[in-house]
Design a protein around this ligand. Structure first.
Ligand code: GDP
Length: 295
């Protein structure tokens, strides 16, 4: 995870750590290197600019320059700003709704939406929630079956929808079933197309309006780098997202999406996908990710 970025930053850190004194010029050199590393990691340009400006402003202050270990002080500033960039603290799910609390899952096909729905259901089941999974992904062949199979494996109930039904009808029936069965949480998986299109947006907007979810989570493949960010932004512009789940971080050596998505969309990363397995979903902690990046 994020090996390339960490590798690139290691050199800068080593240089800084060795400095007994730092000048503004030393800092400017180091920042140039950090900037290159972030750009190579596919971090969005406006994010890189804001980040470097924030680090520079603090690193050239007298607290850092007059510190006994100025190199270390700069590294700490970089660490703090990385944490701030990714959202400061973990933001968990908000399930404070009259039950059932609805979680609407959105994202493109292949982003990992179906797998993530099941992973999330597993985490909530472990928190003793009565969870219902449901899928209105009537376009991808076998998507509904895939969710049913995962649910069965996890011993979690999955609403019995099928691909011949209209998504809104599935939503109506699911909600009715969940209310009658006193479910705490419904995780509602939706169709993911290959790209963003009007029909898809209209459909998910209608589902959102009907279900009135307390959480609308955008699932996005971290390996898509800046494309992931652009897709997240486009979804966020039409749908009131409450958070992002970044999947396939285990295969992402660069880290551009992880570092950019919060800044660009304004939405917190709530979870990260770290393996294909059903237990491969973790809450996202900006401070842990920053430590990992800095090695
Ligand atoms: P959907 O089309 O968005 O519903 O995508 P799927 O849930 O079918 O996932 C697409 C592929 O990505 C599958 O092969 C999943 O096993 C895989 N996948 C999903 N999340 C992760 C993850 O966090 N890490 C890895 N390595 N693979 C993942």
């Amino acid at each position: 995870m994020l090996e390339n970025l960490t590798g690139r930053l290691q050199g800068v850190i080593k240089n800084l750590r060795g400095q007994a004194r730092l000048t503004e010029e030393n800092i400017a050199d180091a920042m140039r290197e950090v900037r290159m590393a972030l750009l190579e990691a596919d971090v969005a340009l406006p994010v890189v600019k804001d980040f470097i400006a924030a680090v520079k402003a603090r690193a050239q202050g007298k607290d850092v320059l007059q510190s006994l270990t100025p190199g270390q002080a700069v590294i700490e500033v970089v660490n703090d700003e990385l944490i701030a960039l990714m959202g400061k603290a973990n933001e968990g799910l908000n399930l404070a709704a009259v039950p059932p609390a609805i979680i609407l899952m959105a994202g493109l096909q292949g982003s990992g939406k179906t797998t993530t729905s099941a992973k999330l259901a597993k985490l909530l089941k472990e928190q003793k929630k009565k969870v219902l999974l449901a899928s209105a992904d009537v376009y991808r062949p076998a998507a509904i079956e895939q969710l049913k199979t995962l649910a069965q494996q996890l011993e979690i109930e999955c609403f019995d929808s099928n691909a011949s039904q209209a998504p809104l009808d599935i939503a109506t029936a699911t909600l009715d079933y969940a209310k009658r069965g006193y479910y705490d949480v419904v995780i509602f998986d939706t169709a993911g197309r290959l790209g963003i299109d009007e029909a898809m947006m209209a459909e998910i907007k209608a589902l959102h309006a009907y279900l009135n979810p307390i959480e609308t989570l955008f699932v996005v493949d971290a390996m898509q780098g800046q494309d992931a960010i652009n897709t997240a932004k486009a979804f966020g512009d039409t749908l009131p997202l409450t958070g992002v789940i970044l999947t396939k971080l285990d295969g992402d050596s660069r880290g551009g999406a992880a570092l950019s998505v919060r800044h660009v969309t304004g939405k917190p990363i709530k979870y990260i996908g770290v393996s294909e397995k059903v237990d491969g979903l973790e809450p996202f902690y900006p401070d842990r990710m920053a430590s990992r990046i800095l090695g």
